[in-house]
Ligand binder design. Structure first.
Ligand code: ADP
Length: 248
């Protein structure tokens, strides 16, 4: 992402010349006050919105300037989206919700859909509709849906925002496992505890990227008053093995 700017109107600049790059396999958190541009950033990375100026490349593909149809195609083939609000289809089962995502990308393979639900720990819930699942289980269906087309980039907007501590921890453990398996994740969160599970932390203030550092700096800030998810140490080894990612 280079010098990315998004203006909604003359008075609203949601992103102001934001530049950074994410290496394949990284888990990046984006934090910042309300209105600082986090959702806009995620929407542009997710091909749901276009910037006013600047450039976004995913792998070697320049996505800025693509028309709506091409953006949608690119999104379906390359991006997995996980939202705070689950956006599951209420009258379809977990398996059918995942099959729908395959349908839209043009390849339906029930074995793959089952496999990805097993991977997120829902192998025994395939036939359950969203209302029959806990919030954490619904979020795991969303993650399965995001993963089923093997995206290059997984984007998550407050993935634990609606979950209690226990379910939040399970979802974070799952994201950690997916990242350990090589998935690249960019996640918006308000929580230091959640962000501390990632590798790298970007902070936005007033539409500008004001810091880009290792998430390890959050260790000095914890525990915060909004502690909800206990900081896990299961990934400490991985973090310890990582090369520094600061100053990109
Ligand atoms: P955050 O996710 O950090 O809360 P947003 O990206 O949602 O921030 O918003 C950044 C700024 O852009 C805010 O001032 C917000 O009011 C404005 N904004 C967001 N979406 C729109 C929109 N569709 N139209 C006009 N202004 C918007």
């Amino acid at each position: 992402m280079r010098r990315l700017t998004k203006r909604y109107d003359e008075r609203t600049t949601a992103l102001d010349r934001v530049s950074f790059s994410v290496t394949a396999g990284e888990w990046v958190s984006v934090m910042g006050p309300s209105g600082s541009g986090k959702t806009t950033l995620l929407n542009i990375l997710g091909c749901l919105d276009s910037p006013t100026s600047g450039s976004v490349k995913i792998r070697d593909a320049e996505i800025t300037g693509l028309g709506e149809e091409a953006l949608t195609k690119f999104r379906r083939e390359n991006i997995g989206l996980v939202f705070q609000q689950y956006h599951l289809i209420p009258y379809l089962s977990a398996l059918e919700n995942v099959l729908m995502a395959q349908y839209f990308s043009g390849v339906v393979d029930e074995n793959d859909a089952r496999h990805v639900l097993e991977e997120v720990g829902l192998g025994d819930r395939l036939g359950y509709r969203p209302a029959q699942l806990s919030g954490g289980e619904q979020q795991r269906v969303c993650i399965a849906r995001a993963l089923v087309n093997a995206p290059r980039l997984l984007l998550a907007d407050e993935p634990t925002g609606n979950l209690d501590t226990e379910n939040g921890r399970k979802v974070l453990d799952l994201l950690g496992k997916l990242n350990d398996d090589g998935n690249t994740i960019v996640m918006v969160t308000h929580s230091n505890e959640v962000a501390s599970r990632s590798d790298r932390l970007l902070r936005l203030v007033d539409a500008k990227l004001v810091s880009d550092s290792s998430s390890a700096i959050l260790a000095q800030e914890r525990p915060g008053p909004e502690s909800d998810i206990p900081a896990g140490n299961a990934r400490a080894g991985k973090k310890g093995n990582r090369k520094g990612v600061e100053g990109k």
